[in-house]
Design a protein around this ligand. Sequence first.
Ligand code: SF4
Length: 113
Amino acid sequence: MNQDQIDRMREAGVKAREERKARGEKIERLTPAEKAKRNPNSRSLAVAHHCWDCSGQDADPKVNWRIGNCEIKDCALFLWRPHQRLFGVPLPKCLSADYDPLGRLVSPTVADR
Ligand code: SF4
């Protein structure tokens, strides 16, 4: 998926939200934990919740990108993790200072301080 496709998806999402607002629907922003709690029989929401927890929730930006680019292939949920459409999408700029090109957290060494 390239940046154009991502931008189009984002625009479609904004348009859909505006249409829902225009119809008077209440729009809630739920965390994956809240979504899973409301739908306890959903396997995909349970996986999304677990990956969200595993990836540090939203403590750092772009949690969806980090889940989609997860490298833990031994994990039982690897093939079912959400956001796989973001696999291979270039590292978001907001992460580049803290993460290496593969999306792994780079901690400053003692020598860097
Ligand atoms: S697939 Fe990756 S992000 Fe999801 S639970 Fe496993 S290790 Fe964590």
